[in-house]
Ligand binder design. Structure first.
Ligand code: GP9
Ligand code: MN
Length: 411
């Protein structure tokens, strides 16, 4: 096991980027809200449909003081969809090449963000999601991630009137979460996973803020209605948090979990974006929103450099004033001054500030111009290696050997 570890630890250490020192502990002792927006892609942000903003709340939040918006932030999920995004964000490891790690490896040892917050800072850790506990094997995997409390469908009043599609409507989900939140010991970590903006994007007409779009593709047409419904639910949640006195002493990390519109819908998407969906455009559509919001802070910033979900754990650890122990993380602090632009997707595609590499094609990131594939080869090879290291960590449950490895007893 130590042989397996040496190669991986060396790789991770050689690629390490120093976290931002000025931001170390900036959010120390504050409540942490992680808000995972179901199927929310970045192309809806700051975009209008027939003269109406699709996400007016997110657009406004991005402009507020204390907000950092990452406009080239990519999801890195595979077949495990929401559960993969949870896994990546918690562990700074990749999901698996097939299936969901939530199902295949829930008994492993994980040095999750949640476990760090609990063990090092005494946080109370919770997750809110109004679905059946066992969906995605969450009830089992959440033990390993370390949540103190999972508020699931059993903790919500769910009726026919307040449900649609997959379950409780986001507006009711957030509203009913407030009393639960008020009872949590502070400081807490609270992760929210929304549901209404899930395929097939059903919404009753009375809940529509913007009307369905008018292409021949019903899925794409409805997507805008559920995205904007979710946006309005989030706006109300912020108001309720302010009224409950839970806003000022908290920080917020809001992100999209994965794409909502698959490549089956390229025709309607190319109509909407007014461009052909080439492999390059398809990768660009894998951007999801990411907003860090620090109440009472004064700076407002949009960060255009390429980043991914794998970077969230190290970023939050640094903000919370937690230094990384012996750990294997494939991401790095988003605010690091040394931050490299290199996002690896689960299918092996790579995006940097200069290139988009996917399949055997290579493009210039800025223009989408195709260039000889050889230029992207080093990126693709590095990605393949990194993904296989991450897979080995998971398949071999290698994190459990780390402590003794570092103590030298297993070297
Ligand atoms: C289900 C929700 C949706 O609880 O998280 O899962 P998804 O299909 O998006 O992975
Ligand atoms: Mn999802």
């Amino acid at each position: 096991d130590s042989d397996k570890l040496t190669e991986i630890v060396n790789y991770v250490n050689a690629n390490k980027e120093k976290p931002n020192e000025d931001l170390f502990g900036k959010a120390k002792g504050k409540n942490l809200f992680l808000i995972s927006l179901e199927s929310t892609q970045d192309f809806v942000v700051n975009r209008e449909i027939d003269g109406q903003e699709i996400t007016p709340f997110l657009n406004q939040l991005i402009k507020e003081k204390g907000s950092y918006y990452f406009s080239n932030f990519y999801h890195q999920t595979g077949q495990g969809k929401t559960s993969d995004s949870e896994f990546i964000v918690e562990n700074s490891l990749y999901g698996l090449p097939r299936g969901a790690v939530f199902f295949s490896n829930p008994q492993n040892k994980y040095q999750s963000l949640t476990n760090y917050l609990k063990d090092e800072k005494g946080y109370y850790t919770s997750v809110f999601h109004a679905n059946n506990k066992s969906f995605w094997n969450r009830d089992v995997m959440y033990e390993a991630i370390g949540y103190d409390r999972f508020f699931s469908d059993l903790d919500y009043w769910i009726t026919e009137e307040n449900s649609i599609g997959w379950g409780l409507k986001d507006d009711h989900f957030f509203t009913q979460s407030i009393p639960h939140l008020k009872q949590l010991p502070q400081p807490f970590m609270a992760k929210f996973i929304t549901l209404t903006n899930h395929f097939p994007f059903s919404l009753s007409q009375q809940d529509e803020i913007i009307p369905e779009w008018n292409s021949k593709d019903g899925t794409v047409n409805r997507y805008f209605t559920t995205v904007s419904y979710q946006d309005a639910a989030l706006r109300k949640f912020f108001e309720q948090l302010k009224a409950a006195g839970l806003y000022e002493n908290s920080i917020f990390v809001i992100y999209g979990d994965h794409y909502g519109i698959s490549d089956n819908h390229n025709t309607a998407m190319s109509q909407f974006l007014n461009t052909t969906i080439t492999p390059y455009e398809y990768i660009e559509l894998q951007k999801v929103p990411l907003i860090f919001h620090f109440p009472k802070s004064h700076e407002t910033k949009t960060i255009t450099s390429v980043t991914g979900q794998i970077d969230l754990k190290p970023t939050i650890l640094n903000l919370m004033g937690i230094s990384e122990k012996s750990d294997i993380q494939f991401g790095s602090d988003l605010f690091s001054e040394e931050k490299k632009d290199n996002v690896i997707m689960r299918d092996g595609s790579v995006v940097t500030n200069t290139y988009v590499a996917t399949g055997n094609k290579c493009y210039l990131k800025e223009t989408g111009q195709e260039i000889p594939s050889a230029e992207c080869m080093p990126l693709l090879l590095k990605a393949k290696k990194e993904l296989s290291y991450s897979d080995r960590v998971i398949y071999g449950d290698l994190l459990k050997f780390l402590p003794s490895y570092y103590e030298g007893t297993d070297k």
